[in-house]
Ligand binder design. Sequence first.
Ligand code: AGP
Length: 607
Amino acid sequence: MCGIFGCILKTGQAAPVIHEGLKKLEYRGYDSVGIATIDDGNISLKKDSGKIDEVHQWHNLDDMPGRLGVGHTRWATHGAPYQENAHPHTDCKNQIAVVHNGIIENFAELKSELVEKGHIFKSKTDTEVIAHLVEEKLKKLSSFVEAVRETVKMLEGSYALAIISVAEPNKIVCARKESPLVVGVADDSLYVASDVPAFLSKTNKSLVIENGEIVVLSDNGYQIHKIGDWQSVIRKPELIEWAPEAAEKQGYPHFMLKEIHEQPIRLRDTLRLQDKYLELMTTFLDRAGEVFLVACGTSYHACLAASYLFSKLSFLATHPVIASEFVEQHGKSVNIDSTLLVVSQSGETADTLEAVESARLRAATVLGLTNIVGSTLTRVSRVYIVQQSGPEIGVAATKTFTSQISVLSQLAIRLAKKRGKVSHTEIEDLEESLERIPDIAEEIIETKEQKVKELAKKYGNQKCFFFLGRGMASAVALEGKLKLMEISYIPSLAYPAGESKHGPISLIESGFPVIFICPRDSTRRSIIGNIMEMKARGASIIAIIEKDDEEIKKLADDYIEIDTGLPEVLSPIPFVIPLQLFAYYMSIERGNDPDKPRNLAKSVTVK
Ligand code: AGP
């Protein structure tokens, strides 16, 4: 999973602009980087393994001639993160340069045919085959655009491509299949990128390139065609409401902390979604034979919490499923009466899209919840909702999780209302409570951050953590664990607290930290029992509790007290925030970069 960028400027040097654009895409992958520009009929190319700042220091990525070029920041899938595997990749004569995000599944057979024709390959990547294929096509075809078109027709798999060639030095030819691709339009320049933040500081006019399309950028503007029948596609740019600084850190040391602090604003935006889509999605859920809640990682934890919501409020039984297991677990039983509510902040996660594709092939109804307008999930969904969290740059999902829970709560309340399963007063109380959540989140962030920071300092050297909760809090426990593991690299476990007696408790010894998530709900007596069990074996109890919960305060070694006054079914949002902050400050305690955790990337577009 990588970030690609390209630009054509009327005047000036493209390299510094490409460098800046790649910096904005670094959250998509950061193990190697490269830029290629065209000037005076020659391609200049600089690339190496390492983060952008490191490679810039070694090679000065800004010092390259030409007002047109492409660039790439990589997350290795094929070929280890060495210089030769960094993009852009070129043909035998360095007259064509390609940057690619995705996977070419049939690259091996294409490569061997090209090698037979005498092509010499310099890398172990799948992508390099594209440069040589275009080179091969240009031997017969006079048009660079035509050569790219004939090339992409031979490719199987996923790709967002941007290609330049000395054959037509004032063009960038781009193509899309599955991997995201957007174009930015300014008066004196054109941009192509994997994501909008890359060119938001240059223009807020953007358009999405759809699957199966080629777009040609040149001094005369942009032209879109369908790869298949070359039909011309007219698509006007849309205005992006995000302010350029939205993609910047606004004074926070890391995007993750900025995004945690952004949650109150984003949660307010999430309460302003279009009624018609919420209502339409509620109708589909009401009529569904069986409902699967499908997602990966943090989005799956939102689905797990939602399964309790739908059952408790709307009496709707749902199956929360980890997307990468969906086909194996339910692939054969899915049918026309099945409905998948699919949750993915990026809308591009390959495991999630694979589950969707298998279900669509069995005529199931797909409903989508995502954060990215124009993402693939929006294109494969019968109805979709864009949750309005704004760009999330930190790899660890925070604001998108709480927004997902907010949308899923709204759907469950609407369904409860539609089905008349909950009294009118209770519905009113739930709707009023939902409206109060952004303020509650604000108060927690403002008043509890310091306390959490102190706890991170106190427990900074611990080797392992347990996260325990019951009911919906078990989903919050899983999310707290994931946040801590992915950015602090501390091995941790999370369980529905009742399950801890069936094995995990054997790990407990004196001082072993156990974090309990304890909203005041119907599981109270049981969770207190679990706290006692852990305490009896010497565990250090850290409890996230409701205000004035004196009983648990007495049992806990440390606690974070939050004032929610919310119905239990709305507890996940306020209770996860201290855990997000805890993970962030533990990561800082460990000297890690919370925005760019090792081995991870923001959206996992490979299976
Ligand atoms: C969460 O912090 C991680 N970045 C990861 O688990 C993520 O939630 C998962 O990859 C799903 O991403 P999606 O919501 O974009 O599909």
